[in-house]
Design a protein around this ligand. Structure first.
Ligand code: P6P
Length: 327
């Protein structure tokens, strides 16, 4: 694999033709989404529908549009059996003869659309358990992350980048706006083992466990030998915060807290795919106690706490959290 390689040539070399076809469909759909996001202010797609999704969150016009686009392109790939998304309360059968299921957040961070902050499409691909020829069932989606076949995200930022793992490391492909094709720009991504950036909504600190408060104090303590204080960076868009940390090192934390007892982010189509990518890049991801990829999902929209990023920081926050439990 050489830098500059076309994504379609990367797919052409894949041994799993059906998975390659699915990924091609996703990439084609996200090219359309990228164009829409980059021109949002001119296309009358900003703002909300005055409706709320299953999460009780206001549905942005673009949330709805991107969800529909993704489903259309997955349908045309003919290899997608079913689809679960943040925007759909229930599962959708896409093609009864399909092999794979897709769990997606069609547009993560959508509240940032108005301010042109990085947003993105997150996806996790599993092989269906139910028999081909029939509708998909819950069990086709409620699988542990360690069994996923592929995962990744499309980040719509200063450039549009597909970050992908099929379980053999992480590669990233940047969209060339001239020919509207993805090209390999970041082969074999490895997250720096020692991060110096922490990413959390510090405004909620009074709702956090004491151990987490102690970790945050540790991050902001002056100690030249260990390169502290670390830098606090928080975009308010998970995909933007995690992507930065993947390349530069760091930890992103959305904890369970007094106001959100299971955290805020969804296990199936946010935490698991981002954890699969991060682990494949040499990082770690837990819910504060367990490895995210070992968790058994019990519902499409269940939430989970997440501590994800460079090994040194995920392990350090775990020490502080266990320490507080020991008290
Ligand atoms: P808070 C965006 O709405 C999102 O789902 C994630 O992308 C982001 O990390 C998080 O919520 C931000 O939540 O509570 O800090 O505004």
């Amino acid at each position: 694999m050489t830098k500059g390689m076309k994504f379609n040539d990367y797919l052409a070399g894949a041994t799993n033709v059906k998975l390659a076809k699915l990924l091609e469909g996703m990439a084609d759909g996200c090219k359309v989404i990228s164009h829409m996001v980059n021109n949002a202010g001119l296309l009358d797609v900003l703002g909300s529908h005055d409706t709320t999704n299953v999460q009780g969150e206001e549905v942005q016009k673009l949330d709805d549009l991107t969800n529909k686009i993704l489903m259309d392109y997955l349908r045309s790939s003919e290899t997608c059996a079913g689809y679960v998304s943040e925007e759909n309360e229930h599962l959708e059968t896409i093609n009864v003869n399909g092999t794979y299921t897709v769990a997606a957040d069609p547009l993560d961070g959508s509240s940032n659309i108005e301010v042109a902050a990085p947003i993105g499409t997150i996806f996790c691909i599993n092989e269906r358990i139910s028999l081909k020829g029939g509708d998909v069932v819950e069990a086709d989606f409620l699988q542990k992350g360690k069994n996923a076949k592929a995962a990744g995200y499309f980040i719509y930022g200063s450039s549009t980048i597909l970050v992908l793992t099929v379980g053999k490391g992480v590669n990233a492909f940047t969209l060339n706006t001239k020919d509207n094709e993805f090209y390999l720009s970041h082969p074999h991504i490895h997250i720096p083992a020692k991060g110096k950036i922490y990413s959390i909504n510090q405004g909620n600190i009074e709702k956090f466990d004491d151990g987490l408060k102690d970790f945050l104090a540790h991050c902001s303590t002056v100690d030249k030998e260990s390169s502290r204080p670390y830098s606090l960076r928080y975009i308010g868009s998970m995909i933007g915060d995690i992507h930065r940390n993947l390349l530069k090192g760091g930890i992103f934390i959305y904890p369970a807290n007094k106001g959100e007892t299971k955290g805020k982010l969804r296990l199936l189509y946010e935490c698991i795919p981002m954890s699969f990518v991060t682990e494949q890049a040499g990082g770690e991801a837990t819910d504060g106690n367990e490895r995210i990829l070992d968790l058994q999902p019990t519902g499409f929209h269940e939430r989970s706490a997440i501590y994800i990023g460079s090994k040194n920081l995920v392990e350090k926050v775990g020490e502080f959290m266990r320490g507080s439990k020991a008290v």
